[in-house]
Write a protein that binds this ligand. Structure first.
Ligand SMILES: Cc1cc2nc3c(=O)[nH]c(=O)nc-3n(C[C@H](O)[C@H](O)[C@H](O)COP(=O)(O)OP(=O)(O)OC[C@H]3O[C@@H](n4cnc5c(N)ncnc54)[C@H](O)[C@@H]3O)c2cc1C
Length: 269
């Protein structure tokens, strides 16, 4: 159970940040869905819903998504549908149900670096930057690797607007459950990005597999795809939890990378 002493709805991010620093147990609320599953004594709940962080906008070279954008907004965004084969919509569409997706936020998800996150895996296959109020802009890959000592607010994420072809696949024991493994792959001008998440640790890039493919370029043979899937499944570390063993995850990685590569390259499975 959580207890909250005071409740605040700052009108801008500066106000939210100042409140955050006032007390150790002041807590930011995105959708609040994950906070509510835990147990915490909160002094001030800082509800970001009035801080003007709810947007998906197109800039010259970027698509910028505000921290308070919900997964429901991501799923049905006409702008995102026009880019990356709608991979971001795909990455969130199997998360529990639409009621939850209409609550949970981009900021709460990405800032928390959840290992199980489907959305983070989708983003990692794209050229994504995390924009923090205090620490500035950091490539997502770097942000996921470094722990956060400093308290900060995720203001937005920005994604390079390019002609990347992408896909997202996941394996679940049952609909609505957390993924056993998820994979997102994109390709732009013969350069591949392979992101693997829910290992169960947070998503990473399969760099050796990417190097292998990037040395070949645009015309991948079926054998190249099998080899890249093998490299990815062997280079990454997988763990065991109640949903699956590390050995099972390794096998699933091989299969999902193979299928996702076939999809972005345009081969029938
Ligand atoms: C029952 C349930 C099932 C789920 N299943 C899945 C699943 O299968 N796959 C999946 O990918 N995800 C799943 N999720 C996670 C969900 O998709 C969100 O990632 C999660 O709920 C966090 O989003 P939120 O808006 O609820 O964050 P909150 O609960 O509001 O916040 C989470 C944390 O982030 C902090 N925070 C919030 N906003 C910001 C910000 N802008 N800047 C900095 N810190 C911030 C909060 O202080 C808190 O510490 C599930 C969640 C629930 C509740």
């Amino acid at each position: 159970m959580i207890t909250i002493k005071e409740y605040s709805t700052p009108k801008c991010i500066d106000e939210a940040y100042n409140l955050l620093l006032e007390k150790r147990n002041n807590v930011l609320f995105g959708g609040g869905a994950f906070i509510r599953m835990g147990s915490k004594n909160i002094f001030t709940a800082i509800d970001l819903s009035k801080s003007e962080l709810d947007y998906i906008i197109e800039e010259d070279k970027l698509i910028r998504i505000g921290a308070m954008t919900t997964f429901g907004d991501i799923e049905y965004s006409p702008l995102l549908k026009q880019h990356y084969n709608d991979v971001l919509s795909k990455s969130v569409s199997e998360i529990v149900g639409i009621q939850l997706r209409n609550i949970v936020t981009v900021g709460g998800t990405v800032y928390s670096r959840y290992g199980f996150s489907d959305f983070i895996t989708g983003l990692l296959a794209l050229d994504t930057t995390v924009n923090l109020y205090k620490q500035g802009s950091i490539p997502l890959e770097e942000f996921l690797k470094k722990g956060s000592k400093e308290r900060d607010i995720l203001e937005s994420i920005s994604i390079e607007k390019d002609d990347r072809k992408a896909t997202f696949l996941s394996m679940r024991n049952s609909q609505g459950d957390y993924a056993i493994l998820n994979v997102a792959i994109s390709v732009l001008d013969g350069k591949y990005r392979i992101a693997v998440g829910a290992r169960p640790k947070v998503a990473v890039l399969a760099l050796e597999s990417m190097n292998y493919l990037n040395g070949i370029g645009k015309d991948l043979s079926p054998e190249d795809i099998l080899e890249a899937a093998k490299i990815a499944s062997e280079e990454l570390a997988f763990g065991t939890n109640t949903r699956g063993s590390s050995a099972y995850r390794k096998q699933i990685c091989y299969v999902l990378v193979k299928r996702a590569l076939k999809e972005v390259v345009g081969y029938e499975d």
